[in-house]
Design a protein around this ligand. Structure first.
Ligand SMILES: *Cc1c(COP(=O)(O)O)cnc(C)c1O
Length: 402
């Protein structure tokens, strides 16, 4: 006869099989119970044929991984606690002392900071290349180059590079290329199939996605994914993932699973609103330049048009403006402060529109030649009504003429 405390833990009740709700269950576990020692010894977590430990996967995390593979056209997926952790996992898997990584000058800032901090301390060198000049990338790939990062559109400045040509350069030199695909979200273009008619297929080796942005869609989850099509490359990334203990929480996984069915609808809505507002800003004399890949005079517009699927919502919800030098920083700051619906805050992809003034000169090797001089402000467009957002921009612009 056991006591009640023991009975509550070793309870015999099992609910009936066949609970066929469309939503997946949320399985939370560190420990997974094995039937016997033989099952424990033979369980294999690397190929998802079994379960061994919560950190290595649950039915909930496997389900999200498979759906993300479908979204991006990959075959294997890892989940990590943030987009930045996904970036770091790729770097730590593929780079060792004496190796070099190449990063576009307009990459997501913390990717560059990782190279300048930890990677440098561990004897891994880095160089920044001009993503708008594939020859610059080709010239910088050397015998020690083990990884090339790609990013479209550029972070904050939204230049659109010739992604196919950059990938071709990496393939010709036999170097692994990893794309930060957060902006494209698996919807604007197919990262593993950049030219659907090409044979063999032209695609990136690794796609990293900050699920924090559009896949979460709520501004309430931090998560990242690393997707591949090559089992050997995936295993390398997965072993690092396992040794670093980069698991994710089941409730967060469920939040992304819940938001995924509306991803394409939301992405298109963000895209349409951002295009409308960017076009409106371009018609205003207060801005020296409006940066949005779908605007004909935005840097790399022709590459955007060639790659992104028409009508699919292929331009995300971000754009930036450059205020001319006649507005000093304090005036631009006052504009940002005067906005009421656009709130000051980092990240994007959620329902609320956000604004961030950036010190671009401090973020780049030099002021990019294709950008007008001035002060840059980035908008991320949420899901509010476009006329309300436009009226908010217009009322805040009144502080510029004061
Ligand atoms: C936000 C972002 C990341 C990092 O994602 P976190 O989940 O915030 O760490 C990486 N790359 C790009 C392009 C991003 O916008």
């Amino acid at each position: 006869m056991t006591e009640v405390s023991t009975e509550l833990i070793h309870h015999p009740y099992r609910p009936p099989e066949g609970f066929a709700a469309p939503q997946p269950g949320v399985f939370k576990a560190s420990t997974v119970i094995f039937r016997d020692v033989a099952a424990m010894r033979s369980a294999e977590w690397k190929d998802k044929s079994a379960y061994t430990y919560g950190l290595h996967g649950t039915p909930t995390s496997y389900m999200l991984e498979e759906r993300l593979c479908t979204l991006e056209g990959g075959l294997q997926c890892l989940l990590l606690p943030s987009g930045l952790a996904a970036i770091a996992n790729v770097a730590l898997s593929l780079l060792g002392s004496g190796d070099e990584v190449l990063i576009p000058d307009n990459a997501y800032g913390p990717n560059k900071a990782l190279a300048q901090g930890e990677l440098k301390n561990w004897g891994i060198s880095h160089r920044f290349y001009d993503p708008m000049n594939p020859q610059d990338l080709a010239a910088k790939i050397g015998s020690r180059t083990r990884l090339v990062w790609l990013e479209v559109a550029g972070s904050v400045t939204l230049e659109f590079p010739d992604l196919c040509e950059l990938v071709r350069v990496c393939k010709a030199k036999g170097v692994v290329c990893a794309l930060d695909n957060t902006w494209g979200a698996g919807l604007a273009f197919a990262p593993f199939d950049l030219m659907p008619t090409a044979s063999p297929a032209l695609g990136v080796d690794i796609s990293v996605h900050a699920l924090t942005k559009y896949p979460s869609g709520g501004g309430d989850v931090l998560m990242g994914s690393v997707i591949t099509r090559d089992p050997a490359l995936h295993l390398k990334l997965k072993l690092t993932h396992m040794r670093m203990g980069s698991g994710v929480g089941a409730n967060d996984v469920e939040a992304v699973l819940r938001a995924l069915p509306s991803l394409a609808l939301r992405y298109r809505a963000h895209d349409e609103a951002a295009r409308a507002l960017a076009a409106w800003c371009q018609g205003r004399s207060e801005f020296a330049q409006v940066l949005h890949p779908a605007l004909p005079d935005s840097p790399g517009h022709a590459h955007w048009r060639a790659l992104c699927k028409p009508g699919m919502g292929g331009a995300a919800g971000l754009f930036s403006v450059i205020f001319p030098a006649r507005y000093e920083q304090a005036r631009v700051d006052a504009f940002c402060d005067a906005l009421a619906l656009f709130r000051l805050g980092y990240s994007w992809g959620g329902p609320m529109s956000l604004v961030v003034p950036y010190d671009l000169a401090a973020m780049r090797s030099g002021w990019p030649a294709h950008l007008k001089p001035g002060t840059l402000v980035r908008f991320s467009i949420g899901l509010e009504a476009v006329p309300d957002l436009q009226a908010d921009l217009a009322q805040a612009m009144r502080v510029l003429s004061r």
